[in-house]
Structures are given as C-alpha cells and as structure tokens.
Design a protein around this ligand. Structure first.
Ligand code: NAD
Length: 247
C-alpha cells in the first residue's frame, strides 16, 4: 500500500515550482490530487502532466478569495469523496528595501501568504473535522520567517506569521484529529528564486552549511511524510528544510 493511497490532496500554487513538485510526489504516493492556481489552464496542464489520468485535476483559484478557496476544497470532496491533505503553498514575492517598498507591495505579500493560508486552513479544517479520520494540513512558511531576508520585510513578516497561525490552528483542531504543521524551506531552485539577484543568491548559499540550493523534490519528500500516517503524532511543528541555513 502506498503512503497516500485513498487520500485526496489539494495543493495551492501547484502549477509550478514547489507546489508542482509536491503534487507530483503526492501522485507518486497514490493520492488523488487537486491543483489550485491563479491560472486555471496552467493548473489543468500541471494536473494532466502528473500522468494519473482523471485522478488529478486543476482548478482556477486565487487563495486570497475565500469563496474561491471554498470552491477549490468543495470540488476535491465532490470529485474524490474526501479532503485528507491540504498544502497551503501559493506564494509571491514583491522585494524592495523598506524605503522603496510601496504599501501595495507590502499588502499584496501579506494578503497572499497570511489571508491565503488562513483561507485554506479555515476551509480545509472545516471539511476534515467532519471526517472520522481527520486530516493533515501543511503550511509553507520560509526560513525567511525565522532569520529575516534582506529586501523582504513584507515576505519575512508574512512567513513568520504563518508559524504563529500554524501553532494556533494545531491547538484548535487537534481534538478532531486534524494535524497542522509548517515547513520552512531555505533556498530552493524554482521559478521564484530564478528571478533573484545573483549576489543575493551567492550570499544565501554562503550561509548554507550544505553549500548548495535545494531541489523541489527535497521539499516534496518532507511534505509527503507530514501528510502521511507516518507523521500521525506530529502537529504544530515547524520543519526547517534549509540545508542548515537555520542553524
Ligand atoms: P513559484 O513562483 O515558482 O510558484 C508559486 C505558484 O503560486 C505559482 O504557480 C503561482 O501562480 C501561484 N500563486 C501565486 N499567487 C497565487 C494566488 N493568489 N492564488 C493561487 N496561486 C497563486 O514559487 P515557489 O518557489 O514554488 O514557492 C512556493 C512556495 O514556497 C511559496 O509560498 C514560497 O514563498 C515558498 N518558499 C519558496 C522558497 C524557494 O526558495 N523557492 C523558499 C521558501 C519558501
């Protein structure tokens, strides 16, 4: 029996990058997969590239919009019969020094990460608490929420906020066997980081004991563990997956 067989998993921001790698790992582990992303066509294309036929679907969803997140989760339940795993992964950056950062750049990043994660948590836990077997929610924070990143006061604040939200939610829904955990990836090779300034990339890698960037699959394997029954007594945890950058 595969780790996530007979489970339904929703991954937000799953059309590319970390979210896509997580969706792929879930599919390999036997789960039915629903990819939610801003661009519905990209989400559908990503789902069909998982090669598990109609056990993977893509849905257009802006995580900032609660109605759309409710539609995303309801679609998973209608289509596959349950919602067992939710990964709140969708994210953006709008980097600038504080003096140059606009209020809009600040608000956009806070909205996608904090409101988006809260929308996913609130909605998914609502479905999971009504299932005898509960469920597992994984929120994607960042090592930036622990150590702070230059030019990312907005992003670092949002990612630190996800840690507090994860712990509060874990306390709130644990009695219904809904587990809520967070991960803090370090520097991982994705389209998001490909757009970064080379000198900033170099500085981050110099600060990473393993001396290299991580690959999306290295995040996906840890998320698959947290999603599965192998982590059945783990909740409220923040797992750093950062090549040692958090030490
Ligand atoms: P990415 O930019 O490659 O992919 C992000 C995905 O999220 C895209 O498909 C995008 O369309 C989607 N998205 C953006 N806003 C959305 C919204 N409002 N609603 C729905 N979907 C939306 O980024 P990534 O590197 O794969 O990052 C994924 C997550 O991991 C983010 O939360 C990011 O902050 C976090 N993270 C990334 C790294 C890294 O090094 N790449 C490190 C730590 C944390």
């Amino acid at each position: 029996m595969k780790l996530l067989e007979n489970r339904t998993a929703v991954v937000t921001g799953g059309a590319q990058g970390l979210g896509y790698a997580i969706a792929r790992a879930f599919a390999d582990a036997g789960a039915d997969v629903v990819i939610g992303d801003l661009d519905g066509e990209a989400a559908a294309a990503a789902a069909s590239s998982l090669d598990i036929g109609d056990r993977a679907i893509g849905v257009a969803c802006d995580v900032v919009n609660l109605d759309q997140v409710e539609h995303l989760c309801a679609t998973a339940v209608e289509r596959f019969g349950s919602l067992d795993v939710m990964v709140n992964n969708a994210g953006i950056t709008r980097d600038a020094s504080m003096r140059k950062m606009s209020e809009e750049q600040f608000d956009q990043v806070i909205a996608v990460h904090l409101r988006g994660t809260w929308n996913g948590l609130r909605t998914a836990s609502g479905f999971m608490r009504d299932q005898p077997e509960g469920g597992s929610i994984i929120n994607v924070s960042s090592i930036a929420g622990k150590v702070g990143n230059l030019g990312q006061t907005n992003y670092s604040a949002a990612k630190a906020g996800i840690v507090g939200m994860t712990k509060a939610a874990a306390k709130e829904v644990g009695f219904k066997n809904v587990r809520v955990n967070a991960i803090q990836p370090g520097f991982i090779n994705t389209p998001m980081t490909a757009a970064m300034r080379p000198d900033l990339i170099e500085a981050k890698l110099a600060d990473t004991p393993l001396g290299r960037a991580g690959e999306p699959s290295e995040i996906a394997s840890a998320v698959t563990f947290l999603a599965s029954d192998m982590a059945s007594y783990i909740t409220g945890v923040v797992l750093e997956i950062a090549g040692g950058r958090h030490i």
